[in-house]
Design a protein around this ligand. Structure first.
Ligand SMILES: [Zn+2]
Length: 138
């Protein structure tokens, strides 16, 4: 068995491996699970360092409000701790927006909050502050 990290989905050793989950161990530090860029896009995985602060280290998937194209751009960033404050806003809001247990008004506010977080994510993948045009290019 190799000590090299490999993708937990396709078992590649390369291709932009990023830690996406941490497996707690009974004593001492746990170990990390890795996923390559392609699998992170396919599975919509959030890098471990970008997960919301209340994460327990399990797998996190970008909520549906994040379009596939943005998921791909985010995967390009690799480890992206700068996304954590955005995840802290996005994940609770997306959960409330999708919930049937809250009233329409709260759900509406949560949906707007989630959309605002998605705009912040677009800004994070466009360092010049411009929202990229899908399928566009220089
Ligand atoms: Zn993979």
């Amino acid at each position: 068995m190799s000590l090299l990290p490999r993708c937990m989905y396709c078992e590649r050793h390369d291709g932009g491996l990023v830690a996406v989950a941490e497996v707690a161990s009974g004593s001492g530090p746990g170990w990390s699970s890795y996923a390559c860029k392609n699998c992170r896009i396919e599975q919509r995985l959030v890098p471990l360092v970008a997960q919301a602060s209340n994460s327990w280290g399990g797998l996190h998937h970008w909520p549906e409000v994040v379009p596939h194209e943005l998921v791909a751009r985010l995967a390009d960033l690799g480890d992206a701790p700068q996304l954590r404050p955005i995840a802290d806003r996005l994940f609770p809001a997306a959960a409330v927006a999708a919930s049937r247990a809250v009233d329409d008004r709260r759900r509406g506010i949560a949906a707007v909050t989630a959309q605002a977080a998605v705009v912040s994510l677009w800004a994070a993948v466009a360092p010049d502050g411009l929202t990229p045009v899908p399928d566009g290019g220089p």
